[in-house]
Write a protein of this length. Structure first.
Length: 175
């Protein structure tokens, strides 16, 4: 089994890790994800912010520690939970105020038959559709670990876990 893992999160050493873009750290981006309001304002104003997270995983067809080019992938399992916070930051004081907490979970199971021709190898299993994101009735505070480096992409490792023998780090973390 090969897997992309976040060791500190997996081992319970940290409660959360930022999935930022790594540039606008610890936030996700600085285009549609942000809106600057110069205040105080004299009237009520509406602003639209949006975030588009494109799930783009990479999966290897073969054993990542082998020189063989044979496809041996038989299934893909993914179960991830995400929490996103809409925040207001007072640039003068640095205070961060959580305005909204949104949580969602992405679960995926794909069965693979590597012997079938391309285009016919994969079959989506349950769940066929994903649960919609939930806007929480009570806001949650942002865990301190999500506010400091590293971000998820820099902290993840690709592991190979053979049926027998010790696990092997195929791609170490960037940090």
């Amino acid at each position: 089994m090969s897997s992309w893992e976040l060791p500190d999160l997996r081992d319970g050493k940290i409660q959360a890790i930022s999935d930022s873009d790594g540039v606008n750290y610890p936030w996700y981006g600085n285009t549609t994800e942000t809106c600057i309001i110069v205040g105080p304002t004299k009237k009520e104003s509406r602003f639209t912010v949006s975030m588009n997270d494109n799930f783009y995983p990479s999966v290897t067809w073969g054993v990542p520690v082998s020189n063989s080019n044979l496809p041996q992938l038989t299934s893909i399992h993914r179960d991830q939970s995400f929490t996103t916070w809409l925040v207001a930051i007072n640039q003068g004081t640095g205070e961060t105020l959580v305005l909204q907490t949104i949580r969602w979970r992405m679960r995926l199971h794909i069965k693979i038959n590597p012997d079938k021709p391309l285009g016919q190898r994969a079959k989506l299993m349950e769940p066929v559709s994903q649960d919609q994101p939930q806007i929480l009735a009570k806001n949650e505070s942002i865990p301190p670990q999500a506010m400091v480096k590293p971000n998820a992409n820099d902290a993840q490792v690709l592991m190979w876990r053979p049926a027998t023998g010790d696990p092997i780090v195929v791609i170490p973390p960037k940090y």
